[in-house]
Design a protein around this ligand. Sequence first.
Ligand code: FAD
Ligand code: SF4
Length: 508
Amino acid sequence: PKILRLILGDQLNRQHSWFRQKNDKVLYVLMEVRQETDYVNHHIQKVIGFFLAMRNFAQWLESQGHHVLYLTLDHPDNQQCLDKNLSRIIKENHIDLFEYQLPDEYRLDEQLSIFSAHSSTQVRVYDTEHFLCSREFLGEFFKGKKTYLMESFYREMRKKYDILMDGREPLTGKWNYDHDNRNKLKDPLLLKPAKTFRRDVTDLVELLRAQGVATIGDIQEENFEWPVTREEGLQVLDYFCSKLLPYFGMYQDAMFTGDAFLFHSRLSFLLNSKLLAPLEVVEKVEKYWLENQDAVDIAQVEGFIRQIIGWREYMRGVYWAKMPAYAEMNFFGHKRKLPQYFWTGDTKMNCLQHAIGQSLGKSYAHHIQRLMVTGNFMLLAGIHPDEVDAWYLGIYIDAIEWVEITNTRGMSQFADGGIVGTKPYVSSANYIDKMSDYCSGCFYNKQKKTGEKACPFNSLYWHFYHRHEDKLTKNPRIGMMYRTWAKMKDKEEILKQADYYLENIESL
Ligand code: FAD
Ligand code: SF4
């Protein structure tokens, strides 16, 4: 039989068993399509990153002797839609067997299942061989539970894959070192430059312009800096181990105006496009630590490994356990539109100006910027979760729905009513000031709740709790907040200040 094997843009896994043997009857197909560039308005660096990674992957396949059909965005035969292109290629190449790997997004999973059901060609579906557990594992693990406790899932993964373990017990006697990981960056001299690559992408920028693809953000002088091949990915991983890992956990929550990346790994795009595998990343980090215990302590290593075999796998499990209903959830009934400055960075709030400006410029913000600056503000301001999702799904180079929506609707917006988190992540200026140098350079006064130049976070924080009292008061982790609020004397002024800010949200 003649076989067509489809490779999606986020399935660039060289280690997949498909590629172990050459087979002249197999045609590998990759395609750049408007369906994918247009389902949300993406950052220009994100589109270019995926196209470059796909093009490099296709070249690698050819260099290994495989047959490849690559449709560029401007290819005359490109019908810009996955199924239309597939139908044509199947027909023209007399394909009798269509094979694909399980997509990670619900949207594509549905599309390919429907296509397969209507196709007269035989179909076979494969695992991506990327994740540590099946799509269904987490749903079964937490069967019957309302809240899915990440920590218990994470411990299960540690045991299952024997990572930082001594038999059934954690190697160093403790499962989690999160409490050691909460520092503000006091010494900028510790910072290291990010491992970047230089690539002139003028041709791709022109391709997108010529085809009229709408994008957000920008790219400096057509110079693309992200890693897009497996070799580059391995270099970024090595650099992370030797230069950044020693401080990773310690400054994981820190934010700093002078540096977008701090000690973060910048591995999310490499992982989500499957250029690197999660297990190889954590095994490499564990090995590096074992061989360099004088330079790296366990708190840094455990903190990093938890993000990958804990949070990342967990989010994927929640996604498959709860989709498609998850995408509709709006626990607080929030309705507001996202202010314009989310696309320009043009706001007087210094923390937002930096987090948004950096996202537009680099297609990247680290976790605490996403959670405690932009996400925090959106939740306090009552932005509709659909608006929140569209922004996050578009702007970040690592944004693919399975990991974006669970972080956005779940962890950040509590729109799932508490499946992912046990309470909403909100804060006043106090937390932002504790973890960053933003407030000292801000137009607003971090200490004031009301009056001229009062920091918007301070009144919006109480407004949020006040307006959702019926939904949150029974939450055992929040009760304290309501007792504090009840005792506060200037409640009326604070609520009035917040209302004023909400009415004038575009001019903050
Ligand atoms: P590091 O800080 O170096 O962490 C290492 C790795 O751990 C990351 O590469 C990532 O693979 C994994 N990881 C860490 N935290 C999480 C998490 N909460 N969920 C899943 N994996 C995690 N991550 C995405 O990959 N895609 C997204 O679209 C995305 N959207 C987010 C939206 C919001 C509102 C929030 C709060 C978080 C989001 N995250 C997302 C999680 C996290 O912020 C990014 O994975 C991280 O900032 C990527 O940078 P890094 O590779 O330098 O991460
Ligand atoms: Fe942000 Fe308020 Fe601090 Fe300004 S004062 S940086 S708005 S938290």
